[in-house]
Write a protein that binds this ligand. Sequence first.
Ligand code: ADP
Ligand code: MG
Length: 242
Amino acid sequence: MEKVIEVKNLHKSYDSLEVLKDISFDVTKGEVVCIIGPSGSGKSTLLRCLNRLEEIQAGDIEVFGTNINKVKNLNKFRENIGMVFQLFNLFSNYTVAKNIMLAPTQLGLMNKEEADAKADELLAQVGLADKKNVYPDTLSGGQKQRIAIARALAMNPKIMLFDEPTSALDPEMVGEVLKVMRSLADSGMTMVVVTHEMNFAREVANRVIFMADGYIVEEDNPEKLFTAPAHKRTQAFLSSVL
Ligand code: ADP
Ligand code: MG
């Protein structure tokens, strides 16, 4: 299987606080990897390291076989990696269409017509074709997050990173966002998803990584990790959230 992400012995500190301690894992093409674990365990930091939003102190991160610290054109590299955050960060002064079309047109990857067609395609994909010309303020949280996903997909990324994409949503809106993520996973997208949605992890992930205190405590297929975790720490976490 083609490895698209390879992390080896990664250490990351903020000043004297070491938040990632010897992290190693791989992600293969088309795989959905969910990262779970208590707050403060380093999940967001790890995701941010993957597209070099954070500098690291030791270890290697390879994406598509290239050490990301040796990447010369960082913007070009980041085009391959879409990221969706807990808070959607849509531009409130732009329409939904413009939010989606902005990056690919500004970077010269698509002309206006191509970007417009892409926006139509993506809006249909996230079930919001009728919202093309509205402003984000008129949307619900779930709709905003689906637009944020469409915006990330507009760059035709090869990997999608999600950092607790449903954590800021009212409970009734979680399902619509997970549905879009699930169909993206079904389409073969390589995804790394930090989530508290254990059912999603269980049903959609090929592999689940449990992190605590800056370590990967264990990783396994969801069936094994959720029903027979090897470590006490994982058991304790799961019994607190399930
Ligand atoms: P998680 O996403 O699992 O909740 P984070 O990666 O956000 O964990 O944080 C891991 C640790 O790193 C926490 O102790 C947090 O306070 C600390 N941390 C995160 N970002 C910064 C930062 N920019 N500066 C200093 N400390 C940070
Ligand atoms: Mg986090």
